[in-house]
Design a protein around this ligand. Structure first.
Ligand code: NAD
Ligand code: LMR
Length: 327
């Protein structure tokens, strides 16, 4: 049995994400959990002629939804409105995430947990601390989903240079998932940065760091990115399933992870910057994180971006972790 649970499945991200996951033959059971409308969304998806069995679980049915899950994807919680930062969502979303993490600890302690809900920089530490409290935290299995930053970067780079194919050009994005903590390493794209003026580089970097705001503004109070996020979330989840279920090797995605997932690779970085979490390229294996790729060589421009990211990231991590440890 390969059971995948979507928590927040009736929401703006949850519905298209569940639709994309329904296409996969690697999933045998797709459980949709939400405090509203989950049975309806599940009934709808269950008519699609692919292998997985779809079940819907309402407010009082979280335990059954999570029972024996292989993978739990979490887009539950409130999205931003114009003028808000992701950190403004902490007040509401922290409690939602902690409750879901309690459910994971109780019903599927060995599951892979993919956290989409914002602020990701803080919600991932919340999940980790709840799992630690229950003695079931495995840093190789908890992922903050920063894939949308990578997806956006490929697309935005191709808009600056039309000879770049956005589908095949992967941009390494490191740090976290909000504003200045999103650090694109554009210097790794062969022969790209050299052709840009300083103004173009500033504008592209800013667009990648604040791509989420572009959507929040355009939706004008009706939420944030949902379709592109569903695409990014499905890409991450399905790649992880390819590695953990189909045992394919050499698969890499960027993710915001606890650096203890690969102590050998990250110990000196962690000691130098005093950070427990950071988004880096991750190679997947059967157990989740197989290897965290080290921070690549960066340009002086990117070093300045990193220097701005570290303190904000540290504050976000402390806020998330202490929500659980000092409760
Ligand atoms: P939405 O409001 O459309 O959907 C959220 C869903 O969560 C709703 O259906 C709601 O009923 C459900 N929910 C609320 N509390 C719940 C609980 N306790 N248990 C289960 N379900 C619950 O919002 P959305 O647009 O889908 O965004 C969801 C979250 O994802 C937001 O926090 C948003 O900021 C975040 N997000 C993250 C990224 C990223 O790159 N990581 C991208 C886009 C959005
Ligand atoms: C995004 O990057 O689109 C998401 O984190 C949603 C947001 O609030 O911007």
């Amino acid at each position: 049995m390969v059971k995948v649970v979507v928590c927040g499945a009736a929401g703006g991200i949850g519905q298209p994400l569940s639709l994309l996951l329904k296409q996969s033959d690697l999933i045998t059971d797709l459980a949709l959990y939400d405090v509203v409308n989950a049975p309806g969304v599940a009934a709808d998806l269950s008519h699609i002629n692919t292998k997985s069995k779809v079940t819907g679980h309402g407010k009082d049915d979280m335990d059954a939804a999570l029972k024996d899950a292989h993978t739990v994807v979490i887009p539950a919680g409130v999205p931003r409105k114009p003028g808000m930062t992701r950190d403004d969502l902490f007040k509401i979303n922290a409690g939602i995430i902690a409750t879901l993490a309690e459910g994971v600890a109780k019903n599927c302690p060995g599951a892979f947990v993919l956290v989409i809900s914002n602020p990701v920089n803080s919600t991932v530490p919340i999940v980790a601390e709840v799992l630690k409290k229950h003695g079931v935290f495995n840093p190789k299995k908890v992922f903050g989903i920063s894939t949308l930053d990578v997806v956006r970067s490929s697309r935005f780079v191709s808009e600056v240079n039309p000879s770049v194919d956005p589908k095949t050009t992967r941009v390494t994005v490191v740090g976290g998932h909000s504003g200045v903590t999103i650090v694109p390493i554009l210097s790794k794209i062969p022969d790209f940065v050299e052709g840009l003026s300083k103004e173009q580089l500033d504008a592209l970097t800013h667009r990648i760091q604040y791509g989420g705001d572009e959507v929040v503004k355009a939706k004008d109070g009706a939420g944030s990115a949902t379709l592109s996020m569903a695409y990014a979330g499905a890409r991450f989840a399905l790649t992880l399933l390819e590695a953990t279920v189909a045992e394919k090797t050499g698969l890499i995605e960027s993710s915001y992870v606890n650096l203890d997932a690969d102590v050998e690779s990250t110990a000196s970085f962690k000691a130098k910057h005093g950070l427990d979490y950071f988004a880096l390229d991750v190679e997947f294996g059967k157990e989740g994180v197989k290897h965290i790729l080290p921070l690549p060589q960066v340009s002086a421009y990117e070093q300045t971006l990193l220097d701005a990211a570290y303190p904000e990231l540290k504050a976000n991590i402390t806020k998330g972790a202490s929500f659980v440890t000092s409760a």
